[in-house]
Design a protein around this ligand. Sequence first.
Ligand SMILES: Nc1ncnc2c1ncn2[C@@H]1O[C@H](COP(=O)(O)OP(=O)(O)OP(=O)(O)O)[C@@H](O)[C@H]1O
Length: 225
Amino acid sequence: MAEAPAEPAQVAVRGLRVAYGGVVALDGVDLDARAGQVLAVTGPSGAGKSTLLWALAGAARPAAGTVTVDGEPVADRDAAVARGVGIVPQGNGLATVLTARENVLLPLLATGVAADDAGRRTDAVLDAVGLGESGGHLVEELSGGQQQRVAVARGLAARSRVLLADEPTSELDHINRERVLALLRAEADRGAVVVMATHDPEAAEQADGEVRLDEGRLTVVRSPQ
Ligand SMILES: Nc1ncnc2c1ncn2[C@@H]1O[C@H](COP(=O)(O)OP(=O)(O)OP(=O)(O)O)[C@@H](O)[C@H]1O
């Protein structure tokens, strides 16, 4: 994997339009997201939140406009990964026939992290999400909320410069939601750009800023302080 620069990331979206056939998912979206801040993306179902996150992750091809990280266009997923952009996808994207620990560990090994470091990181993030005792369980044996926390752990383990989290608390009880929000806050404090799509008004409230999508159009609800 190309080594991502150590400096804080700058994310900029300009005039972004993404369409799936005749369905316009994003239309003329402008956005800046800064290191050290958690930005919430809210809006009704189908408004374009996941599409925006995938565009930031280099996995949605714009019909118009640009997504840049550090001023460089994010043309595809490889380019995004090279700039240190990671995503916790909606629905978790875990391999259900692997253990929780393997789901966190294997991507680290695949990106060249040394085995002992990868093992330590994996155990630390599973502990952080409250799953230190469950690492050996197959994902398919875990509850939906436990699976969601494994996906968050996997996102944390990557130590991304830009961490995108799509509904990371949707399956969680109060205690675990607060735990995950605190971990996302810690990622921002570490210097990451954190962008979180959420339906949860209380989660959005805890973010530094909030933008809302409605039928693919973005408005700023609260500018980051
Ligand atoms: N792969 C796809 N093919 C066709 N249309 C799609 C595809 N993905 C999303 N869409 C459409 O694009 C629009 C935006 O979808 P998106 O998933 O980005 O919304 P969302 O705000 O994340 O919704 P939710 O809150 O329900 O997850 C919707 O009209 C959706 O039906």
